[in-house]
Design a protein. Structure first.
Length: 297
């Protein structure tokens, strides 16, 4: 039996590591910063001091932490608002066999709602599907509702947006969405007759342009689907998290135990960060031009 929870737990683990590393970076940076406008006159004398590397690390870690928080909250609010707005505007015309029926010629079925999801089907699905096919489709969507998959998807997308330095989260998000569909198919069709009915319903949806993945029909016909966790991307995520954590440790145990005057070190530190970003971007562009990008995926 396909279990999408493994991918979800792997995704949650990467999110937990990324969030922990980000929190450490933010706390370490905040502990090393002090606002003191009275020493701004000493800026020129200290720009080339030994504090440059430490100041750069402090600002980079603090900026990373704030950026992660802003991006995550912004994406979460945006997705929740869009989902709520879509569900509120659905043209519900009634109910049928345990599902809310909405107006729509194209046969569709979906699960909507975050804390209390509901199953929705279009009038086109009611017209084109037999009772057995319709019941299997509703059972599929009820599995999504029981697991609150809409909320899981939104949380995963928000985390992937916020923890942008861990691209593996996007891969895990797509893999979880794929396996969640197959797991819902299995939950809705445990008997051979139910599998045939659900497969027939999926083919009806596909013929009408719903874009059903062929893998789902193959799985119902006996071709077992398997999880594909991107090991290379997981390794890259581990390396990236280690680099951020190492920078946090460097700042914490630096010989310069005193806090850093933000107004003093900001100009030179920002210059170093900008040069570093340009070098990384240039290296990435050169790799893509030479066709070496596959080595990093």
């Amino acid at each position: 039996m396909v279990d999408a929870r493994r991918v979800f737990f792997a995704q949650a683990g990467v999110v937990a590591v990324g969030a922990a590393v980000t929190l450490v970076a933010l706390l370490v940076s905040a502990s090393r910063v002090r606002l003191d406008g009275s020493i701004l006159r000493d800026t020129c004398a200290t720009l080339l001091s030994g504090h440059d590397l430490l100041a750069t690390a402090v600002l980079a870690l603090g900026g990373l932490g704030l950026l992660v928080i802003v991006r995550t909250v912004w994406m979460l609010a945006r997705l929740c608002a869009a989902h709520h707005r879509t569900c509120r505007r659905l043209p519900i015309v009634g109910s049928y066999r345990g599902a809310c029926v909405v107006a729509g010629v194209r046969p569709q079925a979906f699960c909507g709602g975050l804390l209390a999801p509901r199953v929705y089907v279009t009038t086109g699905a009611v017209a084109l599907l037999s009772n057995d096919e319709f019941d299997r489709v509703v059972a599929h969507e009820r599995h999504h509702a029981a697991r609150r998959d809409p909320l899981r998807v939104i949380a995963a997308r928000s985390a992937a947006c916020g923890l942008f330095f861990l691209p593996v989260l996007r891969d895990l998000q797509r893999e979880y969405a794929r396996l969640a569909e197959i797991a819902a198919d299995e939950a809705a069709a445990s008997r051979p007759a139910d599998r045939r009915a659900l497969a027939a319903a999926l083919l009806v949806f596909d013929r009408c342009g719903a874009g059903i993945e062929p893998e789902r029909v193959d799985h119902l016909c006996g071709v077992r689907a398997r999880a594909a966790v991107p090991l290379r991307s997981m390794a890259m995520a581990a390396i990236t998290s280690s680099v951020v954590l190492a920078a946090s440790v460097f700042v914490t145990f630096s010989a310069a135990a005193d806090s850093i005057a933000l107004l003093t070190v900001t100009p030179h530190a920002l210059l170093i960060i900008a040069v570093g970003v340009l070098l990384v971007a240039g290296a990435g562009w050169a790799l893509r031009r030479r066709g070496w990008a596959a080595l990093l995926t």
